[in-house]
Write a protein that binds this ligand. Structure first.
Ligand code: PLP
Length: 417
């Protein structure tokens, strides 16, 4: 007897892979474009200098001398790799220093650093809930939250993005499931740049004895006075049970963390499989992350965060004036005009989005494009991310390029693809 299906044959004829290959052959593929220099406002991509609007390097720290020095010092002191799991030989004194710094920054009892943000979510969620429990997710939550939920084998219940009336209904069902309930939401949604209404979500959870984990990957370094994320921005840090943060975005390093009460962090330390069964992060990443957190907590860090948010508002407003569909402002307690540094332009169909992306790219501007199924059908978008280090002229030039791209006729080859 033989297997009914050859998994290699099925992979080779997969429609997504075919579409991908056709687009690549015609040089229309917006993905996997190789960069040849450090992330900065200008990056060499495909051998050409381009204005970088596709990077989460919000504070512009990836090539900051202090961050590079942090990475270099750690590399020289600890070498290329820890060659071991956190549990065994892979915990460095640098991990402990970084975790203490993060806990102090977030004002939590403890913090635990994972090799990536993806692993932080997968590790924490799959350790906290299991069969008999329910995990409640927003339908636009990041893939790492969904993957952690699937891995946990808890029941997963999703509510439609940002519909808190549906969250309430879903929570009532989850409570009736009879086990523990964990709600997980992105603080800042990575494609739309929308911000979760954390105070209301926290209240709904608390009323029902559900625990709340907020993924602050895109808020880390940027939102709130101290720069710890959406929970701080709304003044509800004490009502959010656990916070996940990324060292890989605004902080310009790599890694992720979970911060919260010591007994829970201690439990994760010995049960999170994504921490235990993998080699800990490379020393250079830890050194870069520690330097970046310290820098964010300095006056320079505060100035960079303010510059990032000012650039985000400037870019969003300019795109809106040019007639593009952009996200609304975030309703914050301080009443200030605020949007996160993720500024999408909602385009509509996939062919228009790819045509615009290509026109921008040919014009020296590197943006990200999100197509179905990454977003709902007909909701394709071009995502730009602004950095503290973008000059206003860069952003003005980008808006002009967006106007030109919007007027470009949709590539007929794309209709066929
Ligand atoms: C919302 C969100 N959570 C988690 C992650 C994972 O973080 P990392 O890239 O550090 O693995 C990302 C980005 O990739 C993200 O956008």
């Amino acid at each position: 007897v033989r297997a009914a299906v050859d998994v290699f044959e099925r992979a080779a004829s997969d429609p997504t892979a075919e579409l991908f290959n056709t687009a690549r052959e015609r040089s229309l593929l917006p993905y996997f474009r190789p960069a040849g220099s450090a992330v900065a406002p200008r990056v060499e991509v495909d051998g050409e200098p381009r204005l970088m609007l596709a990077s989460a390097n919000y504070l512009g720290l990836a090539d900051h001398p202090a961050v590079i020095a942090g990475a270099r010092d750690a590399l020289e002191r600890y070498g290329g790799s820890t060659t071991g799991s956190r549990l065994l030989n892979g915990t460095l004194d640098l991990h402990e220093e970084l975790e203490a710094e993060i806990a102090d920054w977030l004002q939590t009892e403890d913090a635990l650093v994972f090799s990536t943000g993806y692993q932080a979510n997968v590790g924490a969620i799959s350790a906290l809930v299991g069969p008999g429990d329910t995990v409640v997710v927003d339908s636009s939550d990041h893939a790492s939250i969904i993957d952690g939920s699937v891995l946990s084998r808890a029941k997963m219940r999703a509510f439609k993005h940002d519909r808190l009336d549906l969250l309430e209904e879903t929570l009532d069902l989850a409570v009736r499931d009879g086990g523990g309930v964990l709600v997980v939401v992105d603080g800042v949604f990575s494609m739309s740049g929308g911000v979760a209404r954390v105070p209301e979500i926290a209240r709904l959870c608390a009323e029902r004895g559900a625990r709340l984990l907020v993924d602050e990957a895109h808020g880390t370094g940027v939102l709130g006075e101290r720069g710890t994320g959406a929970s701080e921005l709304f003044g509800v840090e004490d009502r959010v049970d656990l916070r996940m943060g990324a060292l890989s975005k605004a902080l310009g390093a790599a890694g992720g963390f979970i911060a919260g009460p010591r007994p829970v962090i201690d439990y994760l330390r010995v049960t999170a499989r994504a921490l235990l069964f993998t080699t800990s992060g490379v020393p250079a990443a830890l050194g870069a992350a520690l330097a970046a957190v310290r820098l964010r907590r300095s006056e320079e860090g505060r100035e960079r965060a303010a510059a990032t948010l000012a650039n985000a508002i400037f870019f969003r407003d300019a795109l809106e004036r040019a007639g593009f569909s952009v996200p609304p402002l975030v309703d914050v307690p301080s009443g200030e005009r605020l949007v996160p540094p993720i500024v999408p332009v909602f385009v509509g169909d996939d062919a228009t989005a790819i045509t615009m992306w290509r026109d921008l790219y040919d014009n020296g501007i590197h943006t990200s494009v999100a197509l179905y199924p990454a977003v709902a059908r007909g909701r394709a978008l071009l995502r730009s991310c602004v950095m503290a280090t973008h000059a206003r002229e860069d952003l003005e030039r980008a808006v002009g390029a967006f106007e030109r791209a919007a007027a470009a006729p949709v590539n007929p080859e794309l209709e066929r693809v």
